[in-house]
Design a protein around this ligand. Structure first.
Ligand SMILES: Cc1ncc(COP(=O)(O)O)c(C=O)c1O
Length: 435
């Protein structure tokens, strides 16, 4: 009988062969083949690592999970990196952590958090779910982030935090965000789901706030199918975040491990009897937001490719900025602040008021070019959000323009030169022949 090692090597060889046969490049026919706005980009290494994790059959987060968390912690130079099952869960975990009784000066129901009105819904949802009151500020078409000049004026007596997403990958003005936060004693959370690897003034997005989130959904920079990460920049928050991720328990043992603290039956917490099993002591009202080792295995393989993926995204965005420049009578192209080095999620386009977005979108979709809108647009206009307790600071004119006139196309690394050329040619044809 062959050894497990020999069979493993054979399976890896076959997986590589299978990948070449089943997942090889497909021909592109302009107008017939879809130009995706995003998608998984993977090679035999990713599939092999996924298969390896199945053969290992650890299932719950284990060797690959630890490796992935360690890699992200080192990348960000953070106090911790906690893997969770989505970017939305990462946002939820950050907010829940700030509301925990374990956290000094925790956020309390009724406290206010400043955030942009153009947002992905699950940046906002955890605030509402925790009884916090969002204070909406406007967003600028072109940049798509919160208008940092509005922050100071938006602060009221109960304002405690700023939740700043780096929407579509263009970094928010972190000079202003951090300055206002410091002077007015506000906590900063960053939603970095769209911006992995982006920089503000040479410093990585996600390293400014107390915590930041990442998404590994296939549309994002690297993927593990479903997944996310909380980057914890303040050590004091690490244990609480870990607890809330893992059912709210006090114990910090890894899955399948016991007695990491060396006193599993030695704790006296709450009103529980002395020596109550630490595994079942709950110091927080938590969730289970954990991830499997199979997902983490793919995350590890994808992480190796992150620099190349970011470079490809930048290259594609630069191409569109250059090639679409002649159409600026009709469109607002993305505007990148001088200190920002985006790791682009997509390429946003805001159509000037004389261009009908529905017609433009339909034109592109008919040419098999996928489009998306900038998430929820003005979130207050969404059916699920219309009655939420909130405050608005100033006008939301920019927000409404984004809701009405903005769309995005892809810059993901799977885009080929032929696809990009087709996109530019179709956009040009729209402005030449359809307007
Ligand atoms: C800014 C932002 N935050 C959060 C999320 C949620 O991430 P996930 O889909 O992994 O839950 C997304 C998703 O695209 C996003 O764009």
């Amino acid at each position: 009988m062959r050894s497990a090692q020999e069979i493993h090597a054979e399976i890896m060889r076959l997986t590589e062969e299978y990948h070449a046969a089943a997942h090889g490049p497909k021909p592109f026919e302009p107008g017939k083949t879809k130009v995706p706005y995003a998608g998984r980009v993977y090679g035999p290494e990713d599939v092999k690592q996924g298969v390896d994790s199945m053969l290992l059959f650890w299932l719950t987060s284990g060797p690959y999970g630890n490796k992935f968390e360690a890699a992200l912690k080192a990348y960000f130079g953070s106090a911790a990196a906690l893997m969770v099952n989505s970017g939305s869960s990462a946002n939820l975990l950050m907010v829940a952590t700030l509301c925990s009784k374990q956290v000094k000066n925790r956020l309390e129901p009724g406290d206010e958090v400043i955030t942009p009105a153009v947002t992905f819904p699950t940046t906002l949802a955890p605030l509402i779910q925790h009884g916090l009151v969002p204070v909406f500020v406007d967003c600028k078409p072109g940049e798509y982030d919160l208008d940092a000049t509005q922050l100071e004026g938006a602060i009221g007596p109960r304002t405690r935090a700023i939740f700043a997403p780096h929407t579509v990958g263009i970094p928010c003005d972190m000079d202003v965000v951090m300055d206002v936060a410091k002077r007015r004693n506000l906590i900063v959370l960053e939603d970095g789901c769209d911006a992995l690897g982006g920089q503000w003034d040479g410093k990585l997005i996600g390293t400014f706030g107390a915590m930041s989130s990442i998404s590994f959904y296939p549309a994002h920079h690297i993927t593990m199918g479903e997944g996310g990460m909380v980057i914890v920049n303040q050590l004091a928050l690490k244990r609480t975040a870990l607890s809330i991720r893992d059912w709210g328990r006090d114990c910090w043992c890894e899955p399948g491990v016991s007695d990491t603290c060396g006193m599993r039956f030695g704790w006296k917490l709450g009103e529980l009897p002395q020596g109550y099993d630490h595994k079942y002591i709950y110091s927080n009202i938590g969730y289970n937001l954990k991830v499997t080792d199979m997902q983490a295995a793919i995350g590890c393989a994808q992480f190796e490719k992150l620099p190349a993926f970011i470079a490809a995204r930048r290259e594609n965005a630069a191409y569109y900025l250059r090639e679409l420049a002649p159409w600026q009578d009709h469109v607002v192209l993305p505007t990148v602040p001088a200190k920002a080095n985006p790791s682009w999620f997509c390429f946003p386009i805001t159509l000037k008021s004389h261009v009908r977005r529905n017609a433009f979108v339909q034109w592109l979709e008919d040419a098999k070019i996928e489009t998306r809108l900038v998430f929820g647009g003005n979130i207050l206009k969404q059916p699920g959000y219309k009655d939420i307790p909130h405050r608005v600071h100033g006008s939301l004119d920019g927000t409404d323009t984004i809701m009405n006139q903005t769309l995005f196309i892809g810059v993901y690394p799977g885009l080929t030169p032929a696809m990009r050329q087709h996109v530019v040619e179709r956009i040009g044809a729209f402005f030449k022949t359809q307007l």
